[in-house]
Design a protein around this ligand. Structure first.
Ligand code: NAP
Length: 455
């Protein structure tokens, strides 16, 4: 028997568990998925935007793995400095696969970044996703304009949620508090600003295109921005297909007549943020420097010394995630990942027996959900190659007892099902579909009320 702990129940963790139980090289693998939260699914539950129901429905597939007879879910289990150490985990499990994602925001490093009214997009995402650790709502939705910095899919998500009317979101699992705030939002203009050109933006085309088909918001691009991009005015044949498709989307928008809608998304390019501007101690806008393409420069653009201010009362910085170090595990601060070869954690350059990584903490915060499947498979292939040596390691007879001895009070699968049922009941009471419970007492209370144990 090989007992494996997977730390994190997001897509990379669940795909790791799936690869471990859907193979025949090493029979009798038992997988325990541990998560800090009492709820599974990681960013599928707490990152995918509420109006992306199709992507959210992936939870159904992930659930199938979590309910597999050789897979167990233990929520509300802390790993790291304030919980189980990697050393302790190796006493309880033959192998541990860390699938802990990239928990921090990349900093923008411009003056004014910390002003009231300036938030990381992940704060905003956590709030509308009902993450129990979300910051208290202080988003300036009463102002008329918001600036979203960054040209990736997170920027698109937060811009789209800001630009949608609350009526469009009522049918999602958006928590009540966020729905109320968006219903009374005064934001009419959402500026979505990239520091490079449309041919270099990180959006995937489906997500970009969706911005142009919102029921109550219009989309606008600036021809002058687009024409700075050599691939827009000239040859684009050598570009990757996604960038070519993105160019076609913005080209189509540039040809549209001006639209008058309840809200407007203004998509801008070749503007890099240099300062978040203040008025009376709060965000009043963002100063951008105009950039132009320069192949020889890092990032492919250079500043021109000309500036443009965009007024806004809310700034959301969507410039990427970054992995966070986990106490007791090696960490490469330069890349924000755990050093590894083919998923085997490296300690002082050598593979550490029994320790593995998969997902964003292994390869950095890139790729869509499906990218995690081959990534997990590679790690599991390494683990299975090591299986004979791993199975020979002595581990505690009863991992559950070991976890409790270490002070953990897990929420087991029935406890999670009770949370799910409580969220459905909340939705029924509000005349909405299932509505998420946004706080720790509510989640743990619901789990305790169920058949499941919370310690
Ligand atoms: P991302 O795709 O890496 O995009 C980050 C953006 O921030 C880039 O446009 C980048 O520009 C810009 N940026 C970085 N530093 C900057 C700075 N100092 N000033 C101005 N701009 C800066 O990251 P993400 O949007 O956080 O997404 C993370 C991953 O999750 C991606 O793989 C994404 O596809 C995925 N995701 C997918 C979905 C979906 O499928 N619906 C939704 C959300 C997220 P440069 O390119 O110039 O560096």
């Amino acid at each position: 028997m090989l007992r494996v702990a997977v730390i994190g129940s997001g897509p990379s963790g669940v795909y790791t568990a799936q690869a471990l139980v859907q193979q025949s090289r090493v029979p009798d693998v038992e997988v325990w998925i541990l998560d800090r939260l009492p709820c599974p699914y990681g960013l599928v539950r707490y990152g995918v935007a509420p109006d992306h129901e199709k992507i959210k429905s992936l939870q159904g597939n992930l659930r199938g793995v979590l309910e597999h007879e050789r897979v167990g879910f233990l929520g509300h289990v802390e790993v790291g400095a304030r919980g189980l150490t990697p050393e302790r985990l190796l006493e309880l499990f033959h192998a541990v696969v860390y699938c802990v994602g990239a928990a921090r925001d990349r900093p923008l490093n411009v003056p004014g970044e910390e002003l009231p009214g300036s938030w990381s997009a992940t704060d905003f995402v956590s709030w509308y996703s009902a993450h129990p650790d979300a910051a208290a709502p202080g988003f300036a939705l009463d102002g008329g304009a918001a600036v979203v910095i960054g040209a990736g899919n997170v920027a698109v998500d937060v811009a789209r949620v800001l630009a949608r009317g609350a009526d469009e979101l009522r049918t999602t699992d958006l928590p009540e508090r966020a729905l109320g705030a968006l219903a009374s939002s005064g934001v009419r203009e959402v500026h979505l600003v990239g520091r490079r050109g449309p041919s270099q933006a990180k959006f995937t085309t489906k997500e970009l295109r969706e911005l142009g088909s919102l029921p109550t918001a219009g989309i606008q691009v600036e021809r002058a921005d687009l024409e700075l991009d050599p691939a827009y005015t000239g040859e684009a044949a050598t570009l990757p297909a996604v960038n070519r498709r993105n160019l076609e989307v913005v080209r189509g928008w540039a040809a549209l007549p001006a639209q008058v809608r309840a809200r407007q998304i203004r998509l801008r390019f070749f503007l890099r943020p240099v300062e978040i501007l203040a008025e009376r101690g709060r965000v009043a806008g963002v100063r951008f420097e105009r950039t132009v393409p320069d192949r020889d420069r890092d990032g492919g653009v250079r500043g021109t010394g000309t500036y443009e201010d965009i007024g806004a009362q809310l700034v959301l910085r969507a410039v990427g995630y970054r992995g966070a170090p986990l106490a007791g595990l090696p960490f490469d601060d330069r890349t924000g990942t755990v050093p590894h070869t083919a998923g085997r954690v490296l300690r002082e350059g050598a593979p550490s027996p029994g320790e593995y990584v998969a997902g964003w903490i292994k390869r950095g915060p890139t790729g869509v959900i499906g990218t995690n499947r081959p990534c997990a498979k590679e790690t599991v292939a390494s683990l299975l190659d090591d299986a004979p040596a791993l199975a020979a390691r002595r581990v505690a007879g009863d991992a559950g007892a070991g976890l409790r001895e270490s002070g953990q009070r897990p929420v087991e699968w029935p406890g999670w099902l009770a949370i799910e049922e409580a969220e459905s009941a909340l939705g029924r009471a509000l005349g909405r579909p299932s509505v998420k419970i946004p706080d720790w007492p509510g989640l743990l209370g619901a789990a305790r009320g169920g058949r499941g144990s919370v310690g």
